[in-house]
Design a protein around this ligand. Sequence first.
Ligand code: NAP
Ligand code: ZN
Ligand code: ZN
Length: 353
Amino acid sequence: MPSVAAYAAHDKTSPLGPLTITRRDPGPTDVQIEILYCGVCHSDLHTARSEWPGTVYPCVPGHEILGRVTAVGDRVTKFQVGQTAAVGCLVDSCRECASCRAGEEQYCDVFGMVFSYNSPDAHLPGQMTYGGYSTQVTVTEDFVVSVADSLDPAGAAPLLCAGITTYSPLRHWGAGPGKKVGIVGLGGLGHMGVKFSHAFGAHTVLFTTSAGKVADGLRLGADEVVISKDPTAMQAHALSFDLILNTVAASHDLDQFTPLLKRDGTMVLVGVPEQAHPSPSVMNLVFRRRSIAGSLIGGLRETQEMLDFCAEHNITSDVEVIRMDQINEAYGRMLESDVKYRFVIDMATMKNS
Ligand code: NAP
Ligand code: ZN
Ligand code: ZN
């Protein structure tokens, strides 16, 4: 079994550092991928620092994985050696429940989905799955997607989580022409939300706490940018939104946003902060039949659809490419909302170090 260079959190407080891990030999339906780029998601930080329950150490984060196929099992039909391929947040699921059969593996009814990291690894008993902060991964063909070579590979890596996590709810709740859509937070997810909402033809409004991001918000596709700390600017949008996609990674007051929804409007939460949000006002919901909803990444079918849409419309993430050994600094900047707008690790820098 191959030994692979990786970077891991060894406990919840120490900086991430090198670790050699074991990957399985490719089985008949497996695809082995040399990882070229891996995006840095705020979920990696939440997990590495045990901000969510259940982290098992050592933990190798990373679920925005893009690379080149280096080997395929003899029953693999969709991938060939040399092809560009990608892996997102899931590497398997039960495949039998209603959600899995519907192509919504992320909502597997028996909680049989296997996350790319920090899930028990059925192939290597006693070990957890290890993510993309590493030079190589082996994944079953059904959970590998293909990426057009026309897309910049570093910019395409974040599509595997930030991309699909915003694409899926915008599609599900019908963002498009004639709809007014708000995106809250201009980070990794938020900037992809702005790009997709704009590409789908919705009137797109960015809400940001960072005055320095106004020009970028407009450049990325927002029709308007609102500083969410300005109550007068917020009030000007009361009762006007069909949909608000909230990507904020920290606990905050949801009542800032619910009054901005129209009757029957929905605010979808995709940010999963460590500390719960203060309980939102029920009054704001019942009086206009408004909803607060949640959404988790997207299934494999929709992920491939999103990647094909991005190839057609030349959509990628705005990235800052970093070396593997800059990851701890990147986490620090992420906590300062200082990401423009996704860190992506160049895995060649791990092989060379
Ligand atoms: P990120 O790059 O750090 O972006 C989060 C943005 O939220 C920041 O750039 C900032 O935008 C805003 N923000 C941060 N702290 C804030 C605060 N205290 N009050 C108001 N706004 C604040 O993070 P990300 O990678 O996009 O991830 C965002 C969240 O989504 C994380 O919790 C992550 O775990 C979660 N996530 C969920 C899913 C899912 O399937 N549901 C998938 C991936 C990630 P401004 O500077 O513009 O205000
Ligand atoms: Zn993610
Ligand atoms: Zn299932």
